[in-house]
Write a protein that binds this ligand. Structure first.
Ligand code: SF4
Ligand code: SF4
Length: 145
């Protein structure tokens, strides 16, 4: 049995299709996060980006996301290692840091639903950043990343 591409190639060596397939669709990079500048801690909220469809766990304007949402970050093989606010479960972050994929990843299970079963996917009941005052964001923290 030959090894899968994510065990034999670096992120930079992957084809566009291989690169895209690494995304498990958890949706957690589309959540609003808060940083503690002093401690470096990153806190996750249950508030989604203005373009995020929580029911489908999809960006509603992926093609134009970078122009429409200035805070949206394009993941690349070069920056994957430095984005320490990304979830620790994210395949790009894991591979960039020398880890392998978790056993619930769809590339291993063959089933996109395994992400939700593992408790990694965002809730379909998120609220949108459009519907909350900035001053209340701290009250929406759900966990530390
Ligand atoms: S956190 Fe990573 S795996 Fe999850 S949706 Fe974002 S890019 Fe994909
Ligand atoms: S613009 Fe789209 S991809 Fe970027 S954070 Fe928002 S929903 Fe996610």
């Amino acid at each position: 049995m030959s090894k899968p591409f994510w065990e034999t190639k670096s992120l930079a060596e992957m084809t566009p299709a291989e690169w895209e397939s690494l995304c498990d669709g958890c949706g957690r990079c589309c959540l609003y996060i808060l940083h503690n500048e002093e401690t470096g801690d990153v806190f996750e909220t249950d508030v989604g980006c203005t373009l995020f469809d929580a029911k489908k766990r999809r960006c509603t304007d992926y093609e134009n996301r970078l122009a429409r949402v200035p805070d949206c970050v394009q993941l690349t093989p070069q920056n994957a290692k430095t984005l320490n606010w990304m979830p620790k479960t994210c395949a790009y972050r894991r591979l960039a840091n020398g880890q392998t994929l978790p056993d619930w990843h769809p590339l291993i299970t063959g089933d996109p639903a395994s992400v939700a079963r593992a408790g990694v996917a965002v809730s379909p009941d998120l609220i949108s950043e459009d519907d909350i005052d900035d001053a209340l964001l701290e009250s929406r923290i759900t966990k530390t990343r």
